[in-house]
Design a protein around this ligand. Structure first.
Ligand SMILES: [Zn+2]
Length: 110
């Protein structure tokens, strides 16, 4: 589930005074064109991108002491090797964070 916003130009001459000051309407109140912003409900599905053209899943390691990054690699072992080398050169840098880069895709389902 998600929402899309559409922006409409202000200045509708039929705008009634009691509606002034409203910045948005509920989704069911889109009938009379009087709001600056109309929110329209739409159903979205967001899933991992498994298409052939999707970029591969990439691993990355970050040192939580200095923020240095391993760079991305499809092979997790390569990023872990970077962490071993980084710890060897900087014995006080003992914390690491794994970052996974996974492509996702949003599709409108209705
Ligand atoms: Zn470090």
């Amino acid at each position: 589930m998600g929402r899309q916003t559409e922006h409409r130009a202000p200045g509708n001459p039929r705008r009634s005074p009691e509606r002034q000051g409203e910045s948005r309407e509920q989704p069911t109140e889109v009938g009379p064109v009087s709001a600056h912003t109309v929110i329209r409900c739409a159903d979205w599905a967001i899933t991992p991108d498994t298409t052939a053209e999707a970029p591969p899943l990439l691993h990355e390691m970050a040192c939580t002491t200095c923020g240095d990054l391993s760079g991305t690699n499809e092979d997790f072992e390569k990023t872990r090797d970077w962490a071993f080398r980084h710890a060897g050169r900087n014995p006080s840098h003992t914390g690491y964070r794994e970052i996974i880069h996974r492509s996702w895709r949003a599709t409108l389902v209705r």
